[in-house]
Design a protein around this ligand. Structure first.
Ligand code: PHE
Length: 342
């Protein structure tokens, strides 16, 4: 075949192949096959040796011209492909600005922590400092310094989980009273919210893990009326105007005298309803004057200082506040329940 015909044949095949090349890689394959070092055009150049010396220069020139034209053709097709790719990308990446946004799901604060935060704010407003302490506590703080010696029957009511003979999961936040008194000098005003543990069976009103907030004030001339005034202010702040307290005599080894404290039923405002079982009052916390023995054990001179303390159950406050009838709901982590508290 004449060189001219061979070139023209190559050109025809290249054109048809290039037309169906759909991307850059396909085009590059064609270029390598036709114009590359081992390509067809290069092979033609090599075969010039078989021609007579007179024919060679003209044939060589034809091939070189062809190489230039073909390279131009490839470049042009490459630019076309680029434009096509860009158009396709623009089309597929179009953003529909009218589509509703996908909002991230936002969590909500757990009801226990809602009341905890509210209570902390309330007591901070009265000048209390917030203290947190260990849930895995020494028997010494949880019981001994709270005037509950080993083998004392008061331990029965607060059976717990023993890590060993001297380490327990704290049964109340009261050990924080001792920690506060041992680490500070009067005047002391602290609240200590946190998790506590007891060997209780789970039911609608009991859980082996629950929450309390301890309060402690130690100063000169602190008396029961101060406790009453403090708790009345707390009751109004959390449950609203007209909610007050009722003190009933009680017993705790670490307070003397001790009191059980009821709040006006926030549901009926004292008239009597099903929630307060017709009494108009709801029992929510224990408190009293810090037992002088406890003050002394914690290094405070009971002839100079006196104090009051109280312990509030947070589950009870949250359940009353939000009308939750079963305590277990607070621990199951069901988002249908928890999502209601926003
Ligand atoms: N620690 C007691 C309880 O858990 C409550 C309490 C605290 C009572 C402080 C008096 C003073 O039952």
């Amino acid at each position: 075949m004449e060189i001219k015909e061979m070139i023209s044949d190559l050109r025809t095949r290249m054109q048809s192949e290039m037309a169906s090349a759909e991307n850059k890689q396909a085009l590059e394959d064609i270029r390598v096959r036709m114009l590359g070092k081992k390509g067809e055009l290069t092979a033609m150049l090599r075969s010039l040796g078989q021609l007579s010396p007179e024919e060679r220069p003209a044939a060589g020139q034809l091939i070189n011209e062809a190489r230039e034209r073909f390279t131009g053709m490839i470049e042009q097709r490459s630019a076309e492909l680029k434009a096509l790719e860009r158009a396709a990308a623009l089309k597929s990446e179009t953003i529909d600005v009218t589509q509703p946004a996908q909002m991230p799901e936002i969590g909500s604060k757990h009801p226990i922590h809602r009341v905890m935060d509210e209570m902390v704010e309330c007591f901070m407003g009265m000048g209390f400092e917030v203290l947190e302490g260990p849930e895995v506590e020494l028997d010494h703080y949880n019981f001994e310094l709270m005037n509950i010696p080993k083998n004392h029957p008061a331990r029965d009511a607060q059976d717990t989980f023993y890590v060993d003979d001297n380490i327990v999961l704290r049964t109340h936040t009261s050990p924080m009273q001792a920690r506060a008194m041992l680490s500070r000098k009067p005047p002391i005003r602290v609240i200590c919210p946190g998790r506590v543990y007891r060997a209780d069976e789970v039911d609608a009103t009991h859980s082996p893990v629950f929450h309390q907030m301890e309060g402690l004030v130690v100063d000169k001339d602190v008396n029961m009326a101060d406790l009453r005034g403090t708790l009345n202010a707390f009751a109004e702040k959390i449950y609203g105007k007209g909610i007050t307290t009722r003190f009933r005599p009680s017993f705790f080894p670490f307070t003397e005298p001790s009191t059980e404290v009821d709040l006006t039923c926030s549901n009926c405002h004292g008239a009597g309803c099903r929630i307060c079982k017709g009494t108009g009052w709801i029992e929510v916390l224990g408190g009293g004057m810090v037992n002088p023995k406890v003050l002394e054990m914690c290094g405070i001179d009971s002839s100079v200082y006196s104090g009051f303390a109280f312990g509030i159950g947070l589950e009870r406050i949250a359940m009353l506040r939000y009308g939750i009838k079963d305590m277990r709901l607070l621990y199951e982590g069901d988002v249908r329940f928890l999502g209601q508290f926003r």
